[in-house]
Structure formats: structure tokens, C-alpha cells
Ligand binder design. Structure first.
Ligand SMILES: Cc1cc2nc3c(=O)[nH]c(=O)nc-3n(C[C@H](O)[C@H](O)[C@H](O)COP(=O)(O)O)c2cc1C
Length: 367
């Protein structure tokens, strides 16, 4: 009896949790890979369960806005009608069946795996809607595709995916799972994953930029708890501090927040970027010995170039710290972006933007 109740509870739970949602992530590289799926009769849902037992990923289920429809009724009449509407006018948003709103931001992910049913040798209409609406945001993502059909081959679905995501970077060939091998999906997925090219973590995080009076120099960071915490801070937003010349060897001032220290007696040299007393940053154009935590070194400037760049001898010097990849987006003024103009997420001005996520007046907007 207890077992029957448990099974009933599980069925109930699976019914009630069928709204579009992001399910809890696994801890280690959570946020890196998103699995997006649609499932009408449950096969793709089973494929996703198997897939996410093998990789760490967040999961997003796409749901049609209109509930209770029977796509297979009358010899699949409704499913066919939805696909024909898309085929007749694939560039018109009105051709695609409405889906429930999705709040998951694709900007959090480098890899996206799409799991979709095949309908009449095409991609199921509901999944097509999601890809159509998110085409711009998927540009440059590493995208994988798993297709579930009863028996038909999947080349039409692959073509749909390429049409809907023209700027995606495909991880490799799509995986086809059908009625005859669905029960062997664990080994099929395991082997398929080995052939897929997942995007690695960004490697630019060992650098930051310092901008003073419109001039920007890169800094190579050392690897310690202070730089990790600083990078985390700068991932949210660039930080601007006011520094003053001191002692004939540095400009320094309060960061406005504290970083973890690992102080040791250090002789700072020209170009060194140093944490002093846990909450002050010092940029050196000369030399000094003190108990410091090293943060990094300004790249490639001679001592005299450092004096010019750091405005040696001056007071109230406005210094902005930012991460290389985010400077143009979060601080558009520094890249001479025009007011009212629309920019892609990587800072390119877009004359005729289509749907998607853009930057306008320094803020993200959705068109
Ligand atoms: C509207 C509709 C059309 C379909 N057309 C085909 C088809 O042409 N060929 C095929 O092999 N399977 C077809 N199928 C079956 C599905 O592709 C297959 O059952 C798949 O595993 C369903 O995934 P799901 O259970 O996640 O919804 C169709 C299913 C539906 C609902």
C-alpha cells in the first residue's frame, strides 16, 4: 500500500511540475550547460533524465501555452497544421505556436543541448517556437541536438535546427534515438557525448583592465583568493575608485570593499598591482617594500610609460577596474557607443536588429 501511495505521489508530482522551469543544478560546473527540451508523450523527458545523470546541467522544459491539445488526433492533424503554418512563413513570429514564458537567461550558459521530438520528419512545432524566439541569444553558443522519433530519420529536424539557429556553433552530429533503441539510450548518450565539443570555461579571467582617462591597460592577475574575489566582484559590474599619488612610487586609495589577504613582506616594483590592508589598491610606478598581498602586474609598460598612464604625482585620479570581456557591455560610454543606438552583446552596432537580446544606452533590452 505504502508503495502504491509513493508511486501515486510521484505521478502527481511529475504532472504538477510540468510548467516551464529550470530545475535545480548539480553543484560542480552548474550554469555551464543548459538542456532545453520539449516532450509530448514522455520519451524526450526520459532522454533528458538519462542525459542529466551523465552530465551536470540545468534543465529547462518548454511547454505550449495552450494546454490539453492532442497533436496526434485525427491522424496527427493538429501537429501537421502547426508545422505547415511554420513552413509557409518561417520568418514570421505569428506562424509559431505560443509557448509558456521562459525566465531562464541563456547568457548564463556556454553550452545548450536541445532535446526534441520529431513530428512529420520536422522539429516539433513547440520546440521550434523556443528556438525562433531565442535565435539571437543562441548565437555563438555550443549547441548539441538529440532527436527522438518513432522510426523516421532526423535530417529534416537537423535542417530545422540550422535554419532556426544560423549562428550557433554545433558541438557535433545530432543524436537520433528511436523506438527501437530508446531502451539503450544510456549507452547511446554516453558515446554521443564523447563526440561533442563542449565550450570550455573562459580563459580570460586571469586578466583585468585598468582604465584611466580613456586609456586602458591590461593587468595579468596572480592566482590567489584576493584576485578570485576581485574577479567575482567585477563579473557583476566594473569598479571605479579614486586614487592619489603617494611617496613618489604609487597611486593608491580605498576599493570600497575588502578582499581576502595573504600579506607578506613584498618589494613592489613598477607595474605591480597590490592590495594593501585588505581594502586598498596600490598601482606602482616606483618601488616600495611593505607587507602586501600581490594582485597582479600591469602588462608591457616601461617605468616612464607607467608614470604617464598612472598620472604620477596627481590627486583624485579616477581609475576603473573591469574584466576584458564585459567592459564594452557594462560600460558602453568607454567604447564611444552612440546614445539610442542598439548593440549586440559583443558590442557590435546593429542597424536593423531582429528579435533577441541587445544593449541600448548601456542596458540590456529584449526586442
Ligand atoms: C504530431 C506528431 C507527429 C509525429 N510524426 C512522426 C514521424 O513522422 N515519424 C516518426 O518516426 N515519428 C513521429 N512521431 C512520433 C514521435 O516522434 C516519437 O513518438 C517521439 O519519441 C515523441 O517524443 P515525446 O514522447 O518526447 O513527445 C510523431 C508524433 C507526433 C505527436
Amino acid at each position: 500500500m505504502k508503495q502504491i501511495l509513493l508511486i501515486l505521489a510521484a505521478i502527481l508530482f511529475s504532472c504538477c511540475s510540468s510548467e516551464s522551469e529550470v530545475k535545480a543544478a548539480e553543484p560542480a560546473n552548474a550554469g555551464k550547460t543548459l538542456v532545453v527540451y520539449y516532450s509530448y508523450t514522455g520519451n524526450c523527458r526520459e532522454i533528458v533524465a538519462t542525459l542529466t545523470s551523465q552530465i551536470q546541467a540545468d534543465v529547462l522544459e518548454i511547454q505550449p501555452a495552450e494546454k490539453g491539445l492532442r497533436y496526434e488526433a485525427n491522424n496527427y492533424a493538429l501537429g501537421t497544421q502547426l508545422l505547415n503554418a511554420i513552413k509557409a512563413n518561417p520568418d514570421d513570429a505569428g506562424s509559431y505556436p505560443a509557448i509558456d514564458p521562459v525566465t531562464t537567461s541563456l547568457s548564463d550558459y556556454r553550452n545548450v543541448i536541445i532535446v526534441t521530438p520529431l513530428w512529420w520528419s520536422q522539429m516539433a512545432a513547440i520546440m521550434q517556437t523556443y528556438l525562433f524566439l531565442n535565435s539571437s541569444e543562441m548565437a555563438g553558443k555550443h549547441v548539441g541536438l538529440i532527436v527522438s522519433s518513432h522510426s523516421s530519420g532526423i535530417s529534416g529536424v537537423v535542417a530545422d535546427a540550422k535554419r532556426l539557429l544560423p549562428e550557433a556553433t554545433w558541438m557535433g552530429d545530432a543524436l537520433w534515438i528511436n523506438a527501437s533503441n530508446h531502451s539503450k539510450r544510456a549507452s547511446l548518450i554516453e558515446n554521443w557525448l564523447k563526440t561533442q565539443d563542449f565550450a570550455e570555461e573562459q580563459t580570460t579571467m586571469d586578466k583585468l583592465n585598468i582604465t584611466i582617462d580613456g586609456a586602458t591597460q591590461s593587468v595579468t592577475l596572480v592566482d590567489n583568493a584576493a584576485t578570485k574575489a576581485l574577479v567575482e566582484k567585477l563579473q557583476q559590474t566594473p569598479v571605479t575608485v579614486t586614487l592619489n599619488s603617494s611617496g613618489g612610487f604609487e597611486i593608491w586609495g580605498a576599493l570600497g570593499f575588502s578582499l581576502p589577504t595573504s600579506n607578506q613582506q613584498t618589494t613592489a616594483r613598477p607595474g605591480d598591482v597590490i592590495l594593501y590592508n585588505g581594502s586598498n589598491i596600490c598601482l606602482f610606478y616606483g618601488s616600495n617594500s611593505w607587507s602586501y598581498t600581490r594582485l597582479g602586474k600591469i602588462d608591457g609598460l616601461s617605468e616612464s610609460e607607467l608614470r604617464t598612464f598612472l598620472k604620477a604625482g596627481e590627486s583624485d585620479i579616477s581609475v576603473t577596474l573591469s574584466l576584458p570581456a564585459t567592459t564594452d557591455i557594462q560600460n558602453p560610454a568607454s567604447s564611444k557607443q552612440g546614445e539610442g543606438d542598439i548593440y549586440s552583446l559583443n558590442g557590435q552596432r546593429v542597424a536593423n536588429p531582429s528579435k533577441g537580446l541587445y544593449i541600448k544606452n548601456g542596458k540590456k533590452i529584449v526586442l
